[in-house]
Design a protein around this ligand. Structure first.
Ligand SMILES: [Zn+2]
Length: 395
């Protein structure tokens, strides 16, 4: 990438972009306060792993300016207007569902403790409201469909229908399997500051990297000082790659094919919602909180099946001129045998018959059929990592 325009040799002070809403939320209590709360007899609410992931994201500021699981006013505003009640752009509901019986056992207002499925106390929550919300309307607005073939919709319909809203303070870090990669926004911001990057592109993925991903990342790196490669390692659907394999595959690619000082590699432990365009905006906001000035949006970002048009996730950004992070709207790269390289229709003039599509589905198919993949689809070293993992590599 020597020929690319790089700007990381500047001396920059305070070079990191402001978080969404202006300030990075920090709702992590110190150990003395935490111990006191843990000894209290407050009611406990046992939460699933995905909820615990959201608790942690709120507490460490990944969801800044959110400090809470949404109350009705914010949730309804997000569903209807793609904004928090105060007007800040926000596209995905962050909510805590409970069963009716549990809802009845909780105080309508007041403090409770959220614990994980092993009974470990994770957070103090100040309950402000327990309410219900029409889920069909929610599905239609957020996912654009009520079809239960959509994994996000199915999940929404399968979950409890009472929602608990209120502020969060984390008292203990959840023990994630991939803790080492789960950097906080404060940590990535420190690295960005230290490296004096003025511009950073965020890259979202849930897959092991193929050549189209690499093309997008390197195209971004030609105009930004650095890149945050930030794969999602929370809940994913059946058939997706396991997080440990995505991590291993990326480490292999970065160590062999990227200038080391231009990449921050970290996992983002949160659930995929598969909400397509709305999730693209959500992903961009999260990466802004991690210090990104730019965010790469590819073809069918966070989509699933044929629920969204290929570039719907590009067009939605027209509605958010004030989001504060620059979306890098990139057309789907492919291999062109006339060009002899991975390109996109922005730079390749050749007819479709010369194009070879590159996708994760193709990679998974080759793996399951024991076939080799050409190097223009996936780097050999990366494919070797996946091959070695075999069937264990999938969820
Ligand atoms: Zn071409």
């Amino acid at each position: 990438m020597d020929s690319c325009f790089r700007r990381n040799d500047r001396e920059v002070e305070g070079n990191v972009i402001d978080p969404h809403g202006g300030a990075l939320v920090n709702r992590v209590l110190d150990s003395r306060e935490a111990e006191k709360i843990k000894r209290s007899k407050l009611p406990r609410l046992k939460a699933s792993d995905d909820i615990i992931l959201d608790v942690e994201k709120i507490a460490i500021g990944a969801y800044s300016p959110l400090t809470d699981f949404m109350c009705r006013q914010d949730l309804s505003s997000v569903v209807d207007r793609m904004k928090l009640a105060d007007g800040t752009p926000w596209t995905i509901p962050i909510f805590l569902p409970v069963g009716r019986e549990t809802a009845r056992s909780l105080p309508a207002r007041g403090n409770i403790i959220i614990s994980d499925d092993k009974g470990r106390d994770i957070a103090l929550m100040e309950v402000k409201e327990i309410y219900s919300f029409p889920r069909r309307k929610w599905a239609e607005k957020v996912y654009g469909t009520q079809s239960t073939r959509h994994p996000g919709v199915k999940r929404l319909f399968d979950t409890h229908d009472r929602l608990v809203g209120g502020d969060i303070w984390m008292i203990d870090k959840p023990g994630f399997a991939f803790e080492k990669f789960n950097l906080t926004p404060a940590q990535t911001r420190r690295v960005i500051k230290k490296r004096a990057w003025k511009t950073v592109a965020g890259f979202q993925t849930r897959n092991a990297p193929h050549r189209a991903h690499e093309y997008l990342q390197k195209t971004a790196l030609c105009i930004t000082d650095g890149i945050l490669v930030h794969p999602i390692i929370g809940w994913k659907k059946h058939g997706d790659f396991r997080p440990e394999l995505v991590i291993k595959a990326y480490k292999t690619l970065i160590s062999k094919y990227f200038p080391g000082d231009s990449v921050i590699f970290a996992g983002l432990a949160t659930a995929m919602r598969y909400a397509g365009p709305r999730e693209a905006v959500f992903h961009a906001i999260i990466r802004k909180n991690y210090g990104c000035t730019h965010f790469i949006v590819g073809r069918d970002h966070a989509g699933v099946g044929d629920f969204y048009d290929k570039y719907e996730a590009h067009r939605i950004f027209d509605l958010f001129p004030d989001i504060g992070v620059v979306p890098l709207l990139m057309r789907g790269p492919y291999y062109c045998s006339r060009c002899g390289e991975v390109v996109s229709d922005r730079v390749c003039p050749h007819a479709e018959k010369w194009h070879k599509h590159i996708s994760g589905t193709m990679v998974r198919k080759s793996l399951s059929e024991g076939r080799e993949l050409p190097g223009y689809i996936m780097r050999k070293e990366v494919f070797e990592v996946l091959k070695k993992a075999g069937k264990q590599g999938f969820i």
